[in-house]
Design a protein around this ligand. Structure first.
Ligand code: ADP
Ligand code: ASP
Ligand code: MG
Length: 413
């Protein structure tokens, strides 16, 4: 008996039949005496469908209207799930983000949750109701509806689990847990029984889409017991927790990839004190996230600066640089898209020299050219041509001894 927060992703609630199956699973927990708070995503690929409709109307629609549009997806699934539970004889109530007390910053498209006022949820629970909350949305202090960024329902679930002090937070998805690589790319990837918050955070930031990075950050901060598991089976999932055993056992715990990388080079920046800070403050002011940065100087007076951004931000980055060319004083901007980033992650790397060298050699043997590199204590990332992503991920997965004999099951739509 306890308080459990669950989250069901788009595939898990992709059809009416699946919503009925999810309702049955929630009922099992409820019958076992648990208070249930359930976060759901929009059905199937409906968020993508909404984005596509908006694009047909405007190439660059207003961010406010985009949030207004996208939050409707979750409103459909919460209402249907509440109806399914009521139909099966259980008292349930659906709540939008603002009804659930989720306050965010005043940013559209990728707002951070600032605080959760749990009063409404608690009072519904006290009345014996199953509470269904719309994922990925909240309200700003200006009273505007906001979204948390793609995949943000995971973060809604963890934020609720943290603020309600839930006994655990279960993320139900279309694979059986966190694997050593995306099982869609590496069928021989292995499911991990547990993984540390730090390793999971790296994997998520580096592209392992199974968890929204901010959900892992929040789980670590609020010590939420987080489990990732399949909504299509009863199989036990992966526990994301403080320093799991595997942290010491294995040098590389997983391989992640991100196929939407663009590289930008600012050519001929004046090499003065404060140059880098001026350039990157300008980009930060335009809400552009910069990743790998390389500075190369060819004489004392000028310098070239290369960095990566996500492909989605490429046009905005080029526009911002064009607008500030005179102020920043550079000659020109070059860019390259169609790139990917493959990364190996593992806490064991700290004490094992030569891991990066092994990665470079494995990629070289497959004729994969490395365009940029970045390292930290627990990861090495290489930027490569996007068309070689699968080959690179599979090669590294095998080379670092992660393959297993049995193929992973993926329940895509
Ligand atoms: P949901 O709609 O349930 O939130 P997502 O598509 O966001 O589901 O996340 C699940 C998907 O994450 C899987 O189908 C898988 O392709 C992908 N994925 C990427 N990396 C990993 C990994 N390391 N382990 C498990 N799944 C991964
Ligand atoms: N529906 C949103 C998306 O597709 C949020 C989520 O699924 O977590 O990104
Ligand atoms: Mg997701």
């Amino acid at each position: 008996m306890g308080l459990i927060v669950q989250k069901y992703g788009g595939t898990s609630v992709g059809t009416v039949e699946r919503i009925m199956r999810v309702a049955d699973r929630i009922i099992e927990y409820k019958n076992a005496g648990n208070d249930m708070v359930v976060v759901v995503s929009a059905m199937g690929k409906s968020t993508d469908v909404l984005i596509e409709m908006a694009r047909q109307i405007a190439p660059n629609p207003s961010a406010r209207e985009m949030d207004m549009l996208l939050t409707t997806g979750e409103q459909v699934s919460i209402a249907l799930l509440a109806m399914a539970l009521q139909q099966k004889g259980y008292d349930a109530v659906s709540l939008t983000g603002w009804q659930a007390g989720i306050a965010t910053e005043s940013v559209h498209g990728k707002a951070r949750i600032q605080e959760v006022d749990t009063a409404r949820i608690r009072s519904e629970l006290q009345r014996g109701r199953i509470v269904i909350v719309a994922g990925f949305q909240g309200i700003s202090e200006k009273g505007e509806i906001t979204t948390l960024g793609r995949g943000g329902s995971d973060t809604t679930a963890v934020a609720l689990a943290g603020s309600l002090r839930a006994d655990k937070c279960e993320i139900f998805t279309d694979v059986s847990g966190v694997y050593t690589a995306d099982p869609r790319v590496v069928p021989m990837a292995q499911k991990l029984d547990s993984i540390s918050y730090d390793e999971m955070l790296e994997l998520a930031i580096l592209g392992a889409g199974v968890l929204h990075p901010r959900s892992v950050e929040a789980a670590k901060k609020y010590k939420v017991k987080l489990v990732v598991r399949s909504s299509f089976s009863q199989e036990e999932g992966t526990c994301v927790e403080e320093a799991a055993d595997m942290e010491t056992g294995r040098v590389v715990s997983g391989v992640a990839h991100d196929e939407d990388i663009a590289k930008i080079t600012v050519v001929g920046m004046p090499a003065r004190v404060g140059t880098l800070s001026r350039l990157f403050n300008t980009l930060a002011g335009a809400q552009i996230n910069v990743d790998i940065i390389i500075q190369s100087s060819y004489d004392a007076a000028v310098t070239n600066i290369s960095f990566t951004v996500s492909s989605d931000d490429l046009v905005r980055t080029l526009d911002t640089l064009a607008a500030y060319q005179e102020a920043l004083g550079f000659d020109k901007v070059e860019h390259e898209s169609g790139l990917a980033k493959v990364s190996i992650v593992g806490a064991g790397m700290i004490t094992n020299p030569g891991v990066a060298a092994e990665m470079f050699q494995q990629l070289a043997e497959q004729d994969i050219s490395i365009k940029m590199v970045s390292t930290s204590d627990i990861k090495v990332s290489c930027v490569i041509p996007a068309e070689q992503t699968s080959l690179a991920v599979r090669t590294l997965h095998t080379a670092f001894g992660l393959d297993v004999a049995e193929q992973a099951v993926v329940h895509g739509i």
